[in-house]
Design a protein. Structure first.
Length: 270
């Protein structure tokens, strides 16, 4: 029997304001942890947080997934509003960049024995190429496409394709939303996704499911729509996909599993 491999999530938490409400914990590190709790996968969350915001970390710790962290000077903050599936975001603050020294030092120690890790940036300044190179040493790295397209500026969220292409050299799995794919490569067809040069590319399509590009081919994995607050959906999917791949599932099978996990979490199950 194949041994179950631990996985890791590396990235900032966020200080989110949903529809003008009070600040609450968000960000990829938090939402991925929610999915990993449901899956029951051995995992570790690696994050940074300012001491003044330490209470937001409690929401992650309560999930029961091990958390390793270091203090930061600042953390990302967002105002988020929804109109149906359409999301409008404002960047209130940026987080500290993750440095190559972080990756080669305390983060490398936190990731000891981890062969699969998902990096969850909330903006383009979070993870420079040199940092990703260090994180990818000896493991497969998954990356959220927010780290390619979100400009590191405070104010209305701005997206563009002004990213360092060197970043993609260190990535085994790239997770993009449909909107991010349009910015990065102009579409979601097989040829466009192949041009990225990443072995596996996942494009989430909201209630329409996802596109899985692997082994030179793209396949649509459908989903059943769920009426809900979609906050965290992409992170649920990314964590579940990584866990399934680490467990030996093929890309399309992993996408089906990730779709089911995300649907259950969005529907309030788990």
């Amino acid at each position: 029997m194949r041994a179950v491999q631990p996985v890791a999530i590396v990235g900032h938490l966020a200080r989110d304001r949903i529809a003008g409400g009070p600040p609450r914990v968000g960000g990829g590190a938090f939402h991925c942890a929610r999915a990993l709790r449901v899956i029951g996968r051995e995992a570790v969350i690696v994050t940074k947080i300012p001491p003044r915001d330490r209470r937001l970390l409690d929401g992650v710790v309560r999930l029961g997934v091990p958390v390793l962290f270091r203090p930061a000077d600042s953390m990302p903050g967002f105002g988020i509003d929804y109109d149906g599936d359409a999301r409008t975001m404002t960047v209130d603050s940026l987080g500290d960049p993750w440095t190559p020294e972080d990756a080669r030092g305390w983060v490398a120690e936190a990731l000891r024995g981890v062969a699969w890790a998902h990096v969850a940036p909330l903006g383009r300044s979070d993870f420079p190429a040199e940092t990703l190179a260090a994180l990818a040493r000896g493991r497969r790295l998954s990356l959220d496409g927010q780290g390619l397209v979100r400009a590191p500026v405070v104010g209305p969220l701005t997206v563009d394709a002004d990213y360092d292409p060197e970043i993609l050299r260190h990535v085994s799995i790239l997770k993009l939303s449909e909107e991010e794919a349009a910015v990065v490569v102009g579409g979601i067809d097989e040829q466009a996704l192949r041009a990225l040069g990443v072995p596996e590319v996942i494009v989430t399509l909201g209630p329409r499911g996802s596109i899985v590009y692997a082994d030179g081919l793209a396949e649509h994995v459908p989903a059943r729509p769920v009426v809900c607050d979609p906050t965290g959906a992409g992170d649920f999917y990314a964590a579940a996909y990584l866990a399934a791949r680490a467990g030996g599932a093929a890309p399309v099978a992993a996408a089906r599993r990730a779709t089911a996990v995300a649907r259950d979490l969005l529907a309030g199950r788990g």
